[in-house]
Design a protein around this ligand. Structure first.
Ligand SMILES: Cc1ncc(COP(=O)(O)O)c(C=O)c1O
Length: 393
């Protein structure tokens, strides 16, 4: 099929909820992708933070083949050794006690919201159901996660929203105004990614943790974008002072296949029993097998040090563009990079694509989410490519 036929087919038959870019992909390898004409692109977006090990990692491909040829789906009525293995790694690395597997980020947040509510029901305080989230946050597109998402444009046209959600600002004052003895839970991204790569201040975190000690609400860290190495640690909350009771995960967890998880503390798990929550495909064996390769790689001695060294190198290069063309200051941590820009990021995304670079946006900010396997040489190519883009805009 020609690109024109592909586009025609898509426009005629696929619901138009995505603004697709004019890029027809053929295949990828590591941080590279190729289009149907054989043009090569450096992928600095990783399928929106999914492809942590880049494209077609041989060990991920082998794990998918191997598991698909054994058993691709069994349902959650039976055991496979995969779930316990992945749950153990995630819990040991995060300080949580139990894992629930699902298929996506929004579904992980739905689970987390249900578990928060069930905890208070289980403790005889069903009246305590309010969940506080933050303006500019993004938690997903299903009803619970959408109600928590602090962006009017995501909710517009789908009302009424699920009740029991309150949005606060990312300030200590707003926390003091919105959190009380009635608060059941707070859901927070350690870095608000989709909302513009915004990092909560240390004062904010301190106040949040003081209020948690005072009122005892449950803290959900949405690590769907920040988790599994992207911000330099296994989890984005690590090193910030945040102490979550639940963690939602997805994106890179399945090695490119759909997989989500909720990690939770034992006292919350104690309020959940068989039949309380479930999903047919959750923890699909092929996705878990692929994801275990990602976790094994993260655990390899020196792997995260290497990621952090390349991220630092990339950031230094990008910082040298500050003041050139539309480029301004950097945001974020590790391989979750926001670049403030003085024009519509869409113009940069298009120009970068012509230069062979795949970049994306987070609102008014340019966002880079390179695969964790990006090399220092590829980081240099990214900076040089963006320098050329600056000259064109
Ligand atoms: C922080 C965060 N939470 C939740 C989601 C929703 O995940 P999914 O698209 O897999 O439902 C996203 C997706 O971008 C996200 O970045």
């Amino acid at each position: 099929m020609t690109p024109e036929q592909i586009r025609e087919n898509d426009a005629r038959w696929v619901l138009g909820t995505y603004a697709r870019q004019p890029l027809h992909l053929s295949h990828g390898e590591g941080a590279w992708m190729w289009d149907l004409d054989g043009k090569r692109y450096l992928d600095l977006t990783s399928g929106i933070a999914v492809n942590a090990l880049g494209h077609a990692d041989p060990a991920v491909v082998a794990a998918i083949h191997e598991q698909a040829s054994r058993i691709a789906h069994a349902s959650n009525l039976y055991f496979t050794e995969l779930h316990g293995r992945m749950a153990r790694i995630l819990c040991e690395r995060s300080g949580m006690d139990k894992a629930f597997f699902c298929n996506s980020g929004t579904e992980a947040n739905e689970g987390a919201i249900k578990f928060v509510r069930k905890f208070w029901h289980g403790n005889g305080s069903a009246w305590r159901h309010e969940i506080v989230s933050f303006r500019s946050s993004f938690h997903g597109r299903t009803f619970g996660a959408m109600a928590a998402t602090g962006q009017e444009k995501i909710q517009a046209g789908f009302g009424p929203m699920l009740p029991g959600f309150v949005w606060a600002d990312l300030t200590p004052e707003s926390l003091l105004e919105n959190i009380g003895a009635h608060t059941a839970g707070v859901i927070l991204e350690p870095i608000l990614a989709e909302g513009g790569v915004i990092e909560p201040s240390p004062e904010f975190v301190k106040t949040l943790m003081e209020l948690k000690a005072k009122h005892g609400f449950l803290l959900v860290c949405d690590e769907i974008q920040t988790g599994l190495g992207r911000t330099g640690n296994w989890f984005g909350f690590q090193g910030t002072g945040l102490e979550p009771d639940l963690i939602s995960l997805a994106k890179p967890l399945g090695g490119g296949l759909p997989l989500g998880a909720v990690l939770l503390k034992q006292r919350i798990a104690d309020c959940l029993k068989p039949g309380d929550h479930g999903t047919t495909f959750g923890g699909n064996p092929v996705a878990v097998a692929a994801g275990l390769v990602v976790l094994d790689r993260l655990a390899r001695p020196g792997f995260l040090d290497g990621v952090n060294a390349v991220a630092k190198h990339l950031r230094e290069g990008l910082a040298s563009l500050n003041g050139i063309g539309p480029f301004g200051a950097l945001r974020g941590r590790g391989m979750l990079i926001g670049i403030e820009v003085s024009c519509d990021p869409g113009a940069i995304i298009d120009a970068a694509r012509e230069e062979g670079l795949i970049v994306y946006r987070a609102g008014a900010v340019l966002r880079l989410l390179p695969p964790l396997v990006l090399t220092a040489e590829q980081a240099d190519l990214a900076v040089e490519g963006l320098r050329k883009v600056a000259a064109r805009i």
